[in-house]
Design a protein around this ligand. Structure first.
Ligand code: FUB
Length: 448
């Protein structure tokens, strides 16, 4: 019966469908947060599965998502990639994010080049949507897969990490770049069935450590938790709270957040890939505690968090992010002179033939998207070519606009995987006047 229900849900019977949360891109290992500067905005940081990969060996980067209503989401695109981390060679696996001393941190794991063992990396950004700049790896952490960074109410930073049936924790030094060795603890024996993926949140002065675990020799992973009075334990094992469910992937992984007064669990499944592969997607459901503070079991729902027909995600890709977000700035510059831009600036100086900006859009499946560009062209109409991959090649006219404005170019086709959108100077004549690209938006469209 459970199986029939699952397939009815996958083929799309008319129920409200908030799960999977993101349906345009394969994502895993979600880390949900509400940052102090804006309690109305929910952020989710994820790792990224390549379409059709069916394993985790080729994972290379991370994404950030935000919402203010849990129905309309923004995908801020790639926020960090292996290519931006010079000490790493592969395996951009699970991560966490933190707000610490006025800046945003991504704490992630990758395999060290030439060594092939996991390290825990730290990257920083002054805005929550990234992109993040790598600062190096945390000293004193061996086999640092699946890190979680918990900042306690007094501002002390604690790192948790673990894989292959082990879990460790330590307080970090204030620069986050090394552990305090005297605080290092092995939590493995306190966390029954632990396999990997620790994640910590605090509620009513108790520390909840949630983690994916395996009952003896049995995949797939279930989610378990343990509770402590201090961040480094000792932890008291509690129970499983997400058991096996239809369409799950072999792994599970996630985190808990309180948003607009409600507790939510973000985790992952394989629903988007049809329940049959390891190519994963983010899920979210409400989480409830009983009067003793114990977590009540979660049974994954199709409805998810909001009573709406579906989630809709818009990719919002800032042109100025360039290489840090998988794009390129070719003979153009980032400027801030024309006011009203979003992000950190805009791209301008399309002076010569082939001058261009390219922007990376990653999607799960071939689909149509509404294509919107924010631009300014203060001195008159400007003609540019826009290439989407090598196939769609279109000439676009940008009418004069003194300030930034959005222009809607209608539908474009994106292929599964990486799509490079390139805005190119059109002709061989030297440009008159300034032309600026602020961002590109790609809006999910649905037929019904
Ligand atoms: O996403 C890659 C790996 O799968 C994570 O690091 C593990 O926690 C598991 O979710």
């Amino acid at each position: 019966m459970k199986l029939i229900l699952f397939f009815l849900l996958i083929i799309g019977i008319k129920v409200n469908a908030q799960n999977p949360v993101f349906t345009h891109v394969f994502t895993a290992d979600p880390s949900p947060h509400v940052w102090p500067d804006n309690p109305n905005k929910l952020w989710v940081y994820t790792s990224h599965d390549e379409p059709g990969s069916n394993n985790h060996y080729g994972m290379t980067g991370y994404h950030a998502f935000s919402t203010t209503d849990m129905v309309n989401w923004t995908d801020h695109g790639r926020i960090l990639h292996l290519d931006n981390v010079d000490w790493a060679e592969s395996h951009a696996w699970a991560m966490d994010a933190a707000y610490y001393r006025g800046q945003y941190y991504l704490i992630y794991c990758m395999k060290e080049a030439g060594i092939g063992l996991f390290r825990t990396g730290i990257a920083r950004s002054d805005v929550p949507q990234g992109p993040f700049t790598d600062l190096g790896y945390v000293k004193g952490v061996e086999f640092g897969q699946d890190p979680a960074l918990f900042i306690d109410d007094d501002g002390s930073p604690y790192l948790f990490w673990g894989h292959d049936r082990k879990c460790f924790a330590a307080e970090l030094n204030a620069d986050l770049m090394s552990i305090k060795p005297e605080t290092y603890v092995d939590l493995t024996k306190q966390l029954t069935h632990v396999f990997e993926g620790p994640w910590v949140h605090k509620r009513n002065n108790k520390y909840y450590l949630t983690y994916p675990g395996l009952t003896p020799r049995r995949w797939p992973e279930k989610m378990f938790y343990a509770v402590a009075d201090k961040p480094l334990g000792p932890y008291e094992f509690k129970d499983v709270f997400i058991d096996d469910f239809e369409g799950q992937s072999g792994t599970n992984h996630g985190g808990i957040v309180t948003y607009k007064g409600k507790d939510m669990m973000f985790y992952h499944s394989a629903w988007l890939s049809g329940g049959l592969s390891e190519t994963r997607n983010v899920m979210a459901d409400y989480l409830h505690y009983d009067k003793n503070g114990d977590i009540l079991p979660i049974v994954p729902t199709k409805e998810g968090l909001e009573n709406a027909k579906r989630t809709i995600t818009t990719l919002h890709l800032e042109a100025e992010n360039g290489f840090a977000a998988g794009g390129e700035l070719y003979n153009v510059i980032v400027d801030t002179w024309i006011k009203g831009f979003s992000g950190k600036g805009y791209v301008t100086n399309f002076d010569n033939p082939y001058d261009h900006v390219s922007i990376l859009a990653q999607v799960a499946k071939p689909a149509k998207y509404r294509f919107i560009v924010s631009y300014a062209s203060p001195d008159g109409e400007s003609n540019h070519d826009i290439l989407i991959n090598s196939h769609a090649y279109r000439e676009f006219k940008f009418p004069q606009s003194k300030g930034f404005k959005e222009i809607d170019f209608g539908m474009v086709d994106l292929k599964s995987g990486d799509n490079l959108i390139r805005v190119l100077k059109r002709d061989w004549k030297p440009s008159k006047g300034e032309f600026a690209i602020d961002y590109v938006k790609l809006v999910q469209v649905f037929e019904d």
